[in-house]
Design a binder for this molecule. Structure first.
Ligand code: 5GP
Ligand code: MN
Length: 341
């Protein structure tokens, strides 16, 4: 029988030991948290509070509206809104959990605060190439999601500890990070976890509706615009899309509206690499998302050419050039790796 728990013994033993005494825990997702980042941090929050610890989720910034129903999200402290409270919480924490990222640069302005903090740092993450800032690490790139890892932790520590709040949060992150249970990291163990989460209070139908059937009119208009900008690099199985700030404004863009757009490129027959470049005038950057199918590693590509990283088939990066220059650089970079297709 395949074990569904492939956790490092040292990790779980050490974590249990730390949690034997009451802790003041801070739990941090990456900047621009997605379903997995917010789902995993909130599930861990509920679990720690259930076990009589003080705990708070601190997000570097806002998250998209389609996540604003997750149980516990209303209490998330956002650094951009509550800098004073956040500073105090991080300074006085005894444990800092960092979830769904493995490099402190992923938490933006929170980085120096966490670096300076005296608390023990615990990383729970499934991205490639972890940095070494954490005292305790559960890092596993074979995992579908950070939510599946938090599931494993709770299952090990308290198999009866899954409340409906915890189960909804974990279901959400596993669902969003696996593209609704279809990406290759979805294993039998993932499905067993999902079955258990349904048994303990998560409704798959409701969660799907809340996440995927809650689009605004403007999001669909923006999708139409994005798809009309779709281009293929001649003779290569590569497509890209762009969205300028002007185009975003013309469709009343709100955070989260472009989530998932990049995946449409891969729905084309024969296309194995899709990219979207989105202008962010406020931050003065182009934010880039990469997706691939099969052997081609967008993690390597993002690292080599666009100061980013992520997973083998889903990664991101950024560019400080204009959108035109970024497109030109993207095409050049693709030509350099054309032998890999
Ligand atoms: P998305 O394209 O959905 O923003 O991100 C895809 C994956 O790549 C996510 O797992 C995300 O954490 C990672 N990612 C996105 N942007 C960056 C980046 O700038 N740097 C790194 N290291 N990872 C990123
Ligand atoms: Mn994730």
């Amino acid at each position: 029988m395949v074990s569904s728990l492939c956790m490092d013994k040292h990790f779980i033993t050490s974590l249990k030991k730390k949690l034997e005494t009451p802790q003041k825990a801070v739990i941090i997702p990456h900047k621009n948290p997605d379903g997995d980042a917010l789902g995993s941090t909130l599930a861990l929050l509920h679990f720690l509070i259930q076990n009589k610890h003080e705990a708070v989720v601190i997000a570097p910034n806002e998250y998209p509206d389609f996540l604003n129903w997750l149980p516990g999200q209303e209490a998330v402290l956002k650094y951009n809104r509550n800098p004073k409270d956040v500073r105090y919480k991080i300074e006085s924490a005894t444990l800092i959990f960092t979830l769904d990222f493995n490099h402190l640069s992923r938490i933006g302005d929170l980085e120096p605060l966490v670096q300076k903090a005296k608390a023990d740092k615990i990383m729970i993450d499934h991205h490639e190439s972890p940095d070494n800032y954490a005292t305790l690490m559960y890092s596993d790139v074979s995992m579908s999601s950070t939510c599946e890892m938090v599931y494993n932790i709770i299952k090990d520590m308290d198999p009866n500890g899954f409340t409906p709040d915890i189960s909804e949060c974990l279901y959400t992150g596993i669902m969003t990070d696996t593209g609704s249970f279809r990406y290759p990291a979805t294993t039998p163990a993932t499905h067993r976890a999902i079955a258990h989460l349904i048994e303990t209070g998560a409704s798959g139908t409701e969660i799907h509706q809340r996440i995927y059937d809650s689009a605004s009119f403007s999001r669909l208009k923006l999708l139409g615009l994005t798809l009309s900008n779709l281009k293929q690099i001649p003779n290569l199985p590569v497509v890209y899309m762009t969205l300028s700030q002007k185009e975003l404004n013309s469709c009343d863009y709100k955070k989260g509206d472009t989530e998932g757009f990049v995946n449409y490129g891969l729905s084309l027959e024969g296309i194995i690499f899709s990219c979207i470049m989105i202008e962010n005038e406020n931050e003065g950057i182009i934010k880039i998302s990469f997706r691939s199918q099969g052997e081609f590693s967008v993690n390597d590509f993002a690292r080599s050419y666009f100061n980013g990283g992520g997973h083998h088939n889903a990664a991101g990066g950024m560019s400080s050039d204009s959108i035109e220059t970024t497109v030109a650089r993207f095409i050049e970079s693709v030509q350099e790796v054309a032998h890999k297709f």
